[in-house]
Design a protein around this ligand. Structure first.
Ligand code: ADP
Length: 470
């Protein structure tokens, strides 16, 4: 950055100085030429005037040269043959010879520079041809040293050169300092980012100034790390909880087989009992694995919605029929509310699972003689499936957590309770909520106390059709 900065500045300064020096040289040379023209014109006028008065060319020229020629100038007056008539040498004895090339036409001037090798000895020369009556022509030569101009230009160029060098050094130091200062947060961020890994994702990048671009970049990265950290911890919790849940049925089965195989011979009924236990646990395992699979695919965004057209009221009715068996076994009555006809487009399989999960929970947590109510409501913008029970309710402190994965209110109780519908691994409600949300709806616990709980699943009336997969 600093090198680029210096490079661009150097280019600009060099171009600028070049321009200044060219313009200045032109101006100084023009001034010098104008000065010579004025001198030679004044001298010529003076000589011709005197000659017209009858004075000899030599006298007139001597006087005019004395009067008009400056101390650093050399001048000479030649007749038509090129013979010197009068001259005025410069202070250092320099003459003004008639140039070897052809003189200019009458009353014309010619300007040229001598070409001495030593620049300080070069001179600017003007030659003028003057005509005097009756038909005499004379040549006047005036020369002036160029050293004032060349020295002036050299000084200016030196000043410009040193100014450029000084400006570049200053700009380089300033640019380097600024670049270091402004990139210091990037260096810090890089070092911090290098130290970070999956094990310490709770660390964050330093934010030097939250209002500038780098600060906002760091804040954005920090938000990203936050989300990654959260999702990584979620994955870890999921893994830990999942292995914990899978261990229980496996150890129950191991105990059952171990105890049964301890003795050489067992009665048929004992084998049968053992197989029953194993069957129950295998069902439970299957259920947990299926639930985990559903959630894992949902997380990975790979569970496509299989939408079809069906009637919500029929689906609710089917689910109630399926749950009635479980209800009657537990002495729980299932009361079906009014079912308005609602054609719907969605994933019927997933919505069935949602309703069954709610029903399963309601029946499981309702004591015998209790009642589970299932209702379906049609509203303008949404349809509501309501499942309420007269169970013992969910303690207020547990209510915010029931939709979390693997969360159970009473862990020891529900794990031993096997159910035909839910496995009791604490995944039922999180799957149900995911199903509602993936249909752009909601699942909420409307109320829960000692008299029972009310769950409401709301599905949008016109399900958006553009998203076939999620
Ligand atoms: P599980 O599959 O173990 O039932 P859920 O995710 O479905 O897990 O439910 C989480 C917890 O919420 C359960 O452990 C249970 O204690 C509580 N719960 C869910 N529904 C009800 C209900 N209708 N009445 C009382 N408690 C409930």
């Amino acid at each position: 950055m600093t090198l680029w900065y210096i490079g661009v500045l150097a280019l600009v300064l060099v171009l600028f100085s070049f321009g200044v020096s060219v313009l200045l040289a032109r101006k100084l040379y023009t001034d010098l030429d104008n000065n010579l023209k004025t001198t030679v014109d004044a001298t010529t006028v003076s000589i011709l005037r005197e000659m017209r008065k009858g004075r000899s060319a030599r006298d007139a020229a001597s006087d005019a040269l004395d009067e008009h020629i400056g101390p650093r100038q050399a001048a000479a007056f030649f007749d038509a043959n090129g013979s010197l008539v009068a001259e005025n040498t410069a202070l250092n004895g320099i003459h003004a010879p008639l140039p070897t090339f052809e003189s200019p036409a009458a009353d014309q001037i010619r300007l040229y520079s001598t070409s001495e090798r030593n620049e300080s000895e070069q001179r600017r020369v003007i030659v003028k041809r003057a005509t005097a009556p009756p038909a005499q022509t004379y040549a006047i030569v005036v020369s002036q040293p160029l050293d004032e101009v060349t020295n002036g230009l050299r000084t200016i160029r030196l000043i410009l050169l040193f100014s450029i060098l000084g400006a570049l050094v200053l700009a380089g130091l300033g640019g380097w300092f600024l670049a270091r200062r402004s990139l210091a947060p990037v260096v810090q961020m890089t070092e911090q980012a290098r130290r970070m890994s999956a094990d310490n994702l709770e660390q964050r990048l330093p934010i030097s100034n939250p209002h500038d671009e780098l600060g906002r970049l760091a804040a954005t990265f920090n938000e990203l790390f936050g989300r990654l950290d959260e999702s990584l911890s979620q994955q870890r919790r999921f893994m830990a909880d999942a292995s914990h849940e899978l261990r229980t049925p496996l150890s129950v089965m191991r105990t059952a087989t171990g105890v049964t195989l301890e003795q050489e011979q067992r009665s048929d009924s004992e084998y049968r009992d053992a197989l029953k236990v194993i069957d129950q646990q295998v069902r439970r395992l299957t259920r947990i694995v299926a639930d985990m699979f559903t959630l894992a695919r949902a997380d990975a965004g790979r569970r496509a919605l299989h939408r079809n057209d069906f009637y919500l009221d029929e689906l609710v009715w089917e689910c109630v029929r399926a749950a009635e068996f479980l209800g009657s076994r537990r002495g729980v009555t299932i009361r079906l509310g009014n079912l308005p006809e609602i054609p719907y487009r969605g994933d019927e399989g997933l919505l069935r699972q949602l309703i069954l999960n709610l029903l399963d929970n309601a029946i499981k947590h309702t004591p015998s003689e209790g009642e589970v109510y299932v209702g379906l409501e049609r509203h303008d913008s949404e349809h509501r499936i309501i499942v309420s029970d007269t169970g013992r309710g969910i303690p207020p402190e547990a209510q915010p957590h029931i939709f979390e994965r693997f969360y159970r209110v009473d862990k020891s109780r529900s794990r031993t309770e096997a159910s035909d519908l839910g496995a009791g691994a604490g995944l039922g409600l999180s799957i149900a909520r995911w199903i509602a949300e993936t249909h752009h709806g909601r699942l909420e616990l409307r109320s829960s106390d000692q008299t029972g709980s009310v769950f409401v699943a709301s599905l949008p009336a016109s399900e958006p059709r553009q998203r076939a997969a999620f």
